[in-house]
Design a binder for this molecule. Structure first.
Ligand code: NAG
Ligand code: NAG
Ligand code: NAG
Ligand code: NAG
Length: 317
């Protein structure tokens, strides 16, 4: 009782303090609802370096794309188009750039898949073997100085990526993507650096390749590609299909943070391009009301440079 009275006495005196706290809470919550931009980098040699990409300060996530041959016993291979040649060891320069990006607070993901390549798993064992390859070559395994380091060749040097992005557009198997997510999540141990998982499913719902994987709830961020499929994209000034599809994706209950994935220019990615002013006036005000709204994903850095899309939207996402 005494403590209650005491507290009541203080209640009036601390009105100002309470006001301050509520202001802080308010700004915290409004901040947590604002989104970020996720960009794909790696498929065009004329899009600037990773350092330059991160130095723009416009991106919260950069997906290094793509590792596009793996699984079914194949020897994994990375494709960074005109940036560098991984087969001759020419891509290890990307490592320090990954670290530079991370020093600016950008999360850097290694992106698996893409429209071109050959990937898919033949069994759980095959999937597990590949998860181990990812850990040893791009995550916390076998980094110089780590225990158990065998100084094996790491295609992008010693940088430890923030995680793995599943951009599974096509594959000869729809199976085991959930297994891959589970195997990668096993590397999350107490006190160890977290391995983030992200995904870029195509917009037709449910995702042909990633439905089971997303249902594991192991994905931290999901950027749905709202392009290349008229049933779920913006068409000629009409936002109906786009918003209907967004609403389906945002009501699954198993996606924590949902991003609207868009082409950064009119003539790419099989259309679905939304002019930046339309995005800001008609689309963002609607999707930002979703509890799981995370921001906007753009394909790709190269196209973003040519149109200036992200500078036009960065203060509105
Ligand atoms: C296991 O993964 C490696 C890549 O680390 C690959 O070269 C090898 O063929 C895979 N082994 C099997 C049995 O699939
Ligand atoms: C990227 O920036 C980091 C930090 O400044 C630097 O160590 C690295 O050499 C840079 N890489 C390139 C290719 O400019
Ligand atoms: C997928 O393609 C690879 C490479 O062509 C092949 O080795 C593998 O057997 C195929 N997997 C399935 C499940 O069809
Ligand atoms: C927009 O698209 C929807 C779905 O395809 C259609 O039903 C509707 O009539 C369109 N609205 C306009 C104004 O064209």
């Amino acid at each position: 009782m005494r403590t209650i009275m005491h507290a009541l006495d203080h209640k009036i005196m601390s009105k100002k303090l309470l006001h301050l706290i509520s202001l802080l809470l308010f700004s915290f919550f409004t901040r947590s609802y604002s989104g970020g931009i996720s960009i794909y980098w790696g498929q065009n040699g004329f899009e600037g370096t990773l350092n330059e990409t991160c130095a723009t300060r416009r991106y919260e996530f950069v997906n290094v794309a793509f590792l596009n041959v793996f699984g079914s016993g194949q020897s994994p291979s990375l494709n960074l188009a005109g940036h560098c040649d991984p087969s001759s060891g020419g891509c290890t320069v990307v490592g320090p750039e990954v670290e530079y990006c991370q020093s600016l607070g950008v999360k850097v993901m290694l992106s698996l898949g893409g429209a071109i390549g050959n990937y898919g798993f033949s069994s759980k064992k095959d999937t597990r073997n590949f998860s181990r390859y990812l850990w040893d070559n791009f995550l916390g395994g076998k980094v110089i100085g780590n225990r158990g380091n065998t100084s094996s060749y790491r295609p992008l040097g010693n940088a430890v990526f923030d995680g793995i992005d599943f951009a599974i557009d096509q594959s000869n198997s729809t199976r085991h993507w959930d297994d891959l997510a589970r195997y990668l999540a096993r590397y999350n141990r107490r006190g160890k650096r977290k391995v983030y998982l992200t995904a870029a499913p195509l917009c037709p719902f449910p995702s042909k390749y990633l439905d089971m994987a997303l249902k594991t709830r192991l994905f931290d961020y999901v950027w749905v590609q709202f392009y290349g499929h008229t049933s779920c994209q913006y068409i000629d000034g009409n936002i109906t299909n786009l918003i209907n599809s967004w609403n389906v994706w945002s009501s699954t209950g198993y996606i924590k943070r949902l991003f609207m994935g868009l082409p950064a220019a009119k003539w790419v990615a099989g259309n679905g391009y939304i002019p930046a002013d339309v995005l800001k006036s008609q689309v963002l005000p609607v999707i930002k009301k979703s509890r799981d709204y995370g921001g906007v994903m753009l394909w790709s850095k190269y196209w973003d440079d040519t149109t200036g899309y992200s500078p036009a939207i960065v203060n509105s996402v």
